[in-house]
Write a protein that binds this ligand. Sequence first.
Ligand SMILES: [Zn+2]
Length: 180
Amino acid sequence: MLDRAELPGNPARAKGGAHLGYPRQVSCTRFLADSSLDYVARRLRFLGFDVETLPGAPLRQLFEAARRDGRTVITPSVRHPRRFARVPAVVVEREDVAAAVRAVAATHETAGPPFSRCALCNRVLETLPASAAAGSVPGEVIAAHEELRHCTGCGKWYWEGSHVDRVRMWFEQVLGPPAG
Ligand SMILES: [Zn+2]
């Protein structure tokens, strides 16, 4: 079902992307995105990246929180406050979602497989018997699946369907076809 092999492989090994002070030994990077990058954050979560956002936070506060939580900042701003010189950041273009996703995915490991996190709130999804979603999702969805994924944070349910297919196709366009 949500098989990693069906998705754009593991794009994290390629080179590219704009980095500032990226430490060498981070294996699984966790991110903190500028809230103007909400849409980019959602796409990255679909891919399996751990991306928190901090709504309305000015740049300084963003870097402060990233330092506290050991996260890498994703921001469209090229300004990197001197006080936070050691906090790594990826600078991306706000208007070009595809390029922004590529800049992160090309040089970082995901925290988990694609479609394993909630795109809205970043929580890791749990897998539950489809019957547990009765009353929350259409009956035909429950009938068609043994298991569904559920977000313990915001309560959203996820299943294979046209939306997942569209997201998957978008990733293929942006990152290339799945490896293997
Ligand atoms: Zn959620």
